[in-house]
Design a protein. Structure first.
Length: 381
């Protein structure tokens, strides 16, 4: 074989795109956390459990699990945020405990930090979501924030969690607001993935976008029932949609089937101190409306206008925020709004996955117009 042929052959063999599609195992059902000991013990003997406020309430259940399987555990709080400083402190905790397994318990930030800690420590990770607010329990992705909650960057991980435990009894104890936020985060998959995928003919990307459409339809049809009947099949199906199916879409579609303007708006809003008590999915849901407004303003896209009207009705029905005022940001100044728009349109922002250019001024105008239109629509009702 010639040297030229050898080089070509090597290039062909090493040319691949790794996909982190799904956790190795998923346990889902009523009271399944209490019965997960054997699955956890298969992954390690000295777990470091990373979480926040929910850890204390779950400590008796966790202690029972660990005692039954003779596991030596240690609890670690991730506060003040999913930040680099928290990660450094928890790396020290891994060393001191000689941990061979990371278990993340809580909402999106606790799970993101647990996944990133496991990734950088080369350890297996178990995710235990305590609400239906995000798909963080599923994905091979972690978002990193500042100590005061401002979005900094995201990190692609080498694999999805080794074990995901979705305990319906546990999730049912979370405030209803968290599931409403999860619905907002999950339904964004369709509005963002259908844009970011462009005109791609790639099989998996097409499949992911179609799954996003199905996810949207499930949420539009079943969310109101689920929120009013937390013991119903619809409730379990919506939780599966927000935690599991939303994660599947990002895994199958990859980076080309994830975030666009809705999450970019979220990222910008995290830099406002006044927005720190607003949940991730609430900011994303508002961002969807802004994205659709941009598509109408810049492209003249009437389908986007129709989609926005449909979503406004859905948001009213289940309680998702429609305006900056709904987010508690009615007093935001023009200077602050411009700051949010500037951050959301930085060169590395996912907003540039839109099929047209967006300036900070255009984004700020779209954010203001969503408020005006919502107020007008309310007055007509």
């Amino acid at each position: 074989m010639s040297k030229k042929a050898t080089t070509a052959s090597t290039t062909t063999v090493s040319s691949y795109t790794p996909l982190a599609i799904a956790p190795a195992r998923v346990l889902r059902g009523e009271n399944c956390l209490a019965n997960s000991g054997r699955e956890i013990a298969r992954l390690g003997n000295r777990p470091l459990v990373v979480g926040g406020q929910t850890l204390k309430a779950l400590q008796p259940t966790l202690n029972h699990i660990f005692k039954a399987e003779k596991l030596v555990s240690q609890l670690a709080n991730y506060s003040p945020d999913c930040a680099e400083s928290s990660l450094a402190r928890l790396k020290d905790a891994v060393q001191q405990h000689q941990a061979d397994l990371i278990i993340g318990v809580g909402g999106g930030k606790a799970l993101d930090l647990a996944k990133l800690l496991a990734h950088q420590s080369n350890l297996p990770v178990v995710t235990v979501p305590t609400s239906g607010a995000t798909c963080a329990a599923w994905t091979a992705l972690s978002n990193v924030y500042s100590e005061v909650g401002a979005f900094q960057y995201d990190v692609s991980l080498s694999r999805c969690p080794d074990l995901l435990i979705l305990d319906y009894d546990l999730v049912r104890t979370a405030p209803k607001r968290t599931l409403i936020a999860g619905i907002g985060d999950a339904i964004a998959k369709w509005y963002e993935a259908s844009v970011s995928s462009g005109d791609s003919t790639a099989t998996l990307l097409i499949a992911a976008v179609q799954q996003a459409r199905i996810l949207r339809d499930i949420l539009l049809q079943k969310s109101a029932i689920a929120l009013n009947q937390p013991d119903s099949d619809e409730w379990r199906e919506v939780v599966d949609a927000t935690v599991l199916l939303a994660g599947v879409i990002g895994g199958v579609g990859g980076a080309d089937c994830r975030t666009v303007a809705a999450h970019a708006v979220h990222n910008g809003l995290t830099h406002l101190l006044a927005a720190h008590d607003v949940l991730h999915g609430e900011k994303v849901a508002y961002g969807i409306l802004v994205q659709l407004r941009l598509e109408e303003m810049i492209q003249g896209n009437q389908l986007a206008a129709s989609a926005r009207s449909q979503l406004l009705q859905f948001y009213r029905e289940i309680g998702l925020p429609k305006t900056l005022e709904d987010l508690g940001l009615a007093d935001i100044s023009l200077t602050q709004l411009r700051q949010v728009a500037a951050i959301a349109t930085q060169p590395q922002s996912d907003i540039h996955r839109l099929p047209f250019q967006v300036s900070p001024e255009q984004l700020a105008a779209a954010m203001v117009s969503t408020m005006t239109e919502s107020i007008t629509a309310s007055a007509k009702r």
